[in-house]
Design a protein around this ligand. Structure first.
Ligand code: PLP
Length: 395
């Protein structure tokens, strides 16, 4: 009765965490630091923009969004990545999506054929990774191929040629969830060149692009333009969830190769949720505004400072280049998650739930926990002090 491919999917990480902690008493007031759900206040201009377009709730929105939305997203891409005006035709190269999650999922539906060069198509996935990539690969009928990158950026050019020739799609995340690593321009160019050489689509998840520490992470469109003055084979995924702290708005966009955007638009006409016109209008205002983003970045940086102050002495600590997760090597992530829950009431996610055993049978995420710095500064300060006291104390 059900699609048997569903059985290949493990329970989602938060369900697995609930099972791990089931029946264990929290050692303090529970605090969720396992989920990357931004808790900063939504920008004031969101409510104003939604109110101003309230008369539009009664209309079905077009799949392609509005010209204003596409222009604001396109102008942001040009500003953010230094792309020249002629590089990007917003009407042909940008499509709004109801958050990047569904778009990343649909990318596999769009790209994976029944077979490639006579073989089962492969989808390359960095390991550890955002779980949607795996579900998307499996449910599209592809074989997910894990490319280990426990603390850095996966190098797809080193994947065996026999796999590359049957690869239909590769996911790359920068800044990466959970590792916090950022792909530099050279690494992005290598990934793009590999995709072009082997005829697959490179889907670059840049939803944390605006949450960075020392320097703005480069983007795949920037790398593609530098490489060849074209976006062939490349799609980037952007979201307001993190940039503007509005995960509930469900607003993002996909941009890049015009042929792929056209196909994506066709696919979404059948299976994608369109963004309501007031949501598009509010999103336009948010992509046009930088002041609220600067404030958001200031808060995340202050929390990274707190993390470094409390956890800097921990041998497994590394300050992330981007994103808002601390990816801490604690030796045994499940044991540490249990201990933190029982001693402090703080919920963190074992890294094993964000990765899969790779070809050598080892799960590269198993030694880690992921701690989401999504709460306000005082809460984060208290929580990090408690985490440090628990993890740095003698066993
Ligand atoms: C790496 C990554 N990609 C995509 C998403 C989806 O975000 P949204 O659908 O809110 O844009 C998330 C959300 O946590 C994420 O961590």
């Amino acid at each position: 009765m059900l699609n048997p491919r569903l059985e290949q999917l493990a329970d989602y990480p938060f369900t697995r965490l609930a099972a791990l902690l089931n029946g264990l008493e929290p050692g303090g007031e529970p605090l969720i630091m396992s989920i990357g759900e931004p808790q900063h206040a939504a920008p004031a201009l969101l409510a104003d923009a939604l109110n101003a377009s309230a008369h539009l709730w009664g209309k079905y929105p077009p799949v392609q969004g509005t010209p204003d939305f596409r222009a604001s997203a396109g102008n942001w891409l040009k500003r953010r990545y230094g792309l020249p005006a002629q590089a990007l035709d917003a009407d042909k190269m940008i499509l709004p999506v109801a958050g990047t999650r569904e778009a990343l999922y649909l990318a596999a539906q769009m790209c994976v054929p029944d077979s490639k060069r006579g073989h089962v198509p492969a989808v390359l996935i960095p390991n550890p990774f955002y779980q949607v990539y795996f579900g998307a690969a499996v449910l599209s009928g592809a074989e997910p191929v894990m490319v280990d990158a426990p603390q850095g950026v996966p190098d797809f050019s080193r994947v065996p040629p026999s796999i590359l020739e049957r690869t239909a799609l590769a996911y790359l995340c920068s800044p990466a969830n959970p590792q916090g690593s950022v792909a530099n321009l050279k690494q992005l160019e290598t990934a793009i060149a590999t995709a072009r050489q082997h005829g697959f689509v490179l889907a670059v998840d840049e939803c944390y692009a605006e949450i960075w520490d020392m320097a703005p992470p480069p983007g795949a469109l920037q790398a593609a333009w530098d490489l060849s003055k074209s976006f062939d084979n490349v799609l980037v995924f952007h979201s307001l969830s993190k940039r503007s702290s509005v995960p509930g708005l469900r607003s993002g966009f996909v941009a890049g190769d015009a042929k792929l955007i056209e196909a994506f638009s066709r696919l979404r006409s059948y299976g994608g949720a369109t963004l309501a016109l007031p949501v598009l209008s509010a999103s336009t205002a948010l992509w046009n505004d930088e002041a609220h983003v600067t404030e958001n970045q200031r808060l995340y940086r202050a929390k990274l400072d707190l993390a470094e102050r409390h956890l800097g002495r921990h041998p497994g600590f590394a300050r992330p280049e981007g994103g808002f997760f601390i990816w801490l090597d604690v030796g045994d992530g499940e044991a540490a998650a249990k201990k933190l829950w029982q001693k402090t009431g703080i919920r963190v996610l074992p890294g094993a739930y964000l990765s899969r055993p790779s070809a050598n049978g080892r799960n590269p995420g198993a030694p880690f926990v992921r701690i989401a710095l999504v709460h306000d500064l005082p809460t984060t300060d208290r929580a990090l002090a408690a985490i440090a006291a628990t993890l740095l104390e003698a066993p």
